[in-house]
Design a protein around this ligand. Structure first.
Ligand code: LHQ
Length: 255
């Protein structure tokens, strides 16, 4: 249900249940966690998540939750989705979501917790939860108001309106829209760029941004000192400065 391949330091994670719009069943949610764990390998310097077929992901496979005697919702969140979101935020390297088509429910919010979110012009985002009586999960109530502001988040969470990629870009929900025709190549190129950057510095950048969600201003300035000290001790910082002064292209090792 998920394709996983590491090629040229990029881990490609491709949701692959196209006939179900890549809806998450238990197997797929657990597999996603395994693959994200595998991405901790230092040989991986960027993760690229996308969907096969027409959709990115339609969120929870609703066929799997129709039985009221089936798995409890709390267990689904605690065992399927929250561990995925936590892994993406904790992973010490950039995670790119390349949203190729519709991203609904948990599918949308897994995309939105990634470090760089790009979408094909024809893609869309739906906080589908309200339409079936649920609340946005997989971090949606945390990330969405921070991305697009309280009012737009609140309205989208309640109305469940479909937001096209261009509007999502305008709102600040995603980084960029890419053309459909070249989407997969362009998203891949972005992953290549990130994979050649100072991975350690990017990891510390991610940590600083994560910390800013809990820190006050003074604590955040203090964290920047500590994290910058670590970044400043990296090989890639030396290399970056030296390459600049020597007017040559830097060769970053990611450490
Ligand atoms: C699906 C699904 C799907 C199964 C499309 N399941 N088959 C956490 C805790 C516990 C419980 C619940 O959930 C959660 C987290 C969540 O993610 S809740 C939100 C769950 N997702 C949704 O409510 C979205 C449901 N899907 C849709 O609204 C539409 O399918 C979208 C807007 C995604 C796409 O619409 P269309 O482009 O019109 O496509 P479609 O509706 O025809 O779907 C294509 C096929 O995919 C279709 O199968 P079929 O055999 O009829 O061709 C759908 O049944 C199937 N599919 N989403 N979530």
């Amino acid at each position: 249900s998920i394709l996983f391949e590491v090629r040229d330091t990029i881990a490609h994670i491709t949701f692959n249940r196209p006939e179900k719009y890549n809806a998450f069943n238990r197997e797929m949610a657990l597999l996603m966690q395994e693959h994200l764990d595998a991405c901790q390998d230092p040989a991986v310097r960027c993760v690229l998540i996308t969907g096969a077929g027409k959709a990115f992901s339609a969120g929870q496979d609703l066929e799997e939750v129709v039985d009221p005697n089936g798995p409890k919702i709390t267990a689904i969140l605690a065992e399927h989705y929250n561990p995925i979101v936590r892994r993406i935020r904790k992973l010490q390297k950039p995670v790119v979501a390349a949203v190729n088509g519709v991203a609904a429910g948990a599918g949308a919010n897994i995309a939105l917790c990634c470090d760089v979110v790009v979408a094909a012009r024809s893609a869309s985002f739906i906080q589908a939860f309200s339409k079936i009586g649920l609340i946005p999960d997989s971090g949606g109530t945390f990330f969405l108001p921070r991305l697009i502001g309280w009012q737009k988040a609140s309205a989208l969470c309640m109305l469940g309106d479909k937001v096209g990629a261009e509007e999502a870009e305008r709102m600040g929900m995603i980084y960029k829209v890419l053309d459909d025709a070249t989407f997969s190549d362009d998203a891949q190129q972005m992953a290549v760029t990130l994979a050649h950057m100072p991975t350690r510095g990017l990891a510390l950048t991610k940590l600083a941004l994560n910390n800013s969600t809990v820190n006050g201003y003074e604590d955040q300035l203090h964290d920047e000192e500590l994290l910058q000290e670590k970044a400043g001790a990296s090989h890639d910082y030396q290399e970056g400065v030296q390459a600049f002064l020597e007017k040559r292209k830097p060769v970053f090792r990611g450490e």
